[in-house]
Design a protein around this ligand. Structure first.
Ligand code: TRP
Length: 326
């Protein structure tokens, strides 16, 4: 048994990942695999909580997503990569925890209230959607993970997970571990239109984006509307192209000054960004092609991961069943 602390995190299989995922989540996952025993899960059961009508794309999306994890540097020999629905203990623990979770805790959840109000194109008045944080709690508690890398939007779920663990331990005996969050550095990457990079806004740059597409995306980026001629004085603070320079260009301070002084125009500024981004992206694009082309390899990683995850999950469930007197 390794004495390393355990980490669990998950992502819904919604297809290819973009640079927002890379900088917001994956880089952190990659770093954590060095120091912790990491479990990274494709949460396909979670996908059902909102997209239950059509499951035909989940399988393909899982390959795309896991392929991107590996492209980003997740090493399947270090971290366990697995599929939630293939480890049946998630469903069993979810069922047990749902028995002891007060409805009020779920109804008060900010994500629940927000999504019920905002998502109008799907019927979310389902038992599973309300109970979604309980499933997330089961995911975490099953592995006795002490650290969970999540974004800010998931903090309330972590708090709920701790509350559920405490309640369980109080009732039956001390077997579950209260996890801590590990907030991912939210150096918010803006999308092509200046809003947060997100698939639903259609403003993404994909991890492993093909060079011609990448360049076309940069070409079409919004720039400072007040800088029309190349020697006009620019306002880098509000410019999408500059925000990418800031992220990718070591000399961004120089660029900031040049833009403000009107000594560099937007066309040249974009051209340089294209080159910088293109160089950054190239190794990912090459690796992604290789990884995605070999479905058998991906399937083997997932199968082996499922097996390792099951072993840990099974151990926890044996302890749980014992304290429950089942
Ligand atoms: N709820 C997370 C999301 O939608 C995904 C997720 C499922 C997760 N189970 C998890 C994250 C457990 C961390 C730990 O993004």
């Amino acid at each position: 048994m390794s004495a390393k602390e355990r980490v669990l995190s998950g992502m819904r299989p919604t297809g290819r990942l973009h640079l927002g995922h890379y900088f917001g989540v994956l880089k952190n996952w990659v770093k954590m695999q060095e120091s912790f025993e990491c479990f990274y899960m494709s949460s396909d059961l979670h996908a059902l909580t909102t997209d239950y009508e059509d499951t035909s794309k989940i399988d393909e999306s899982t390959y795309e997503m896991v392929g991107d994890w590996i492209t980003a540097g997740i090493n399947p020999n270090q971290a366990v990569i697995f599929k939630q629905s293939k480890v049946l203990q998630h469903s069993e623990l979810f069922l047990i925890l749902s028995m002891i979770t007060p409805l009020g805790w779920l109804e008060r959840c900010p994500t629940y209230k927000e999504q019920i109000k905002e998502i109008k194109n799907k019927d979310l008045n389902n038992y599973g959607f309300l109970g979604y944080p309980v499933l997330m709690a089961a995911d975490i508690l099953l592995y006795k993970a002490s650290l969970v890398p999540v974004g800010e939007d998931q903090l309330a779920h972590l708090e709920l997970t701790r509350e559920i663990a405490r309640r369980f331990n109080n009732f039956y005996g001390n077997v579950l571990i209260e996890p801590k969050e590990c907030l991912t550095n939210t150096s918010r990457l803006v999308g092509l239109d200046g809003r947060k990079m997100s698939k639903s806004y259609g403003n993404t740059i994909l991890l492993g984006e093909e060079d011609d597409v990448l360049k076309e995306k940069v070409r079409a980026m919004f720039t400072d509307p007040l800088k029309i001629k190349k020697d006009d004085i620019g306002h880098p603070e509000g410019c999408v192209v500059f925000s990418f320079h800031k992220m990718f260009n070591r000399d961004y301070i120089k660029r900031q000054n040049e833009c403000k002084a009107g000594s560099v125009g937007c066309v040249l500024c974009k051209k340089e960004l294209m080159e910088i981004l293109s160089e950054f992206m190239r190794p990912f694009t090459v690796k992604r092609k290789e990884v995605i082309a070999d479905k058998d390899y991906l399937q083997k990683i997932i199968d082996e991961g499922n097996q390792k995850a099951r072993e840990v999950a099974q151990k926890t469930m044996i302890e749980l069943r014992a304290v429950l007197k089942f």
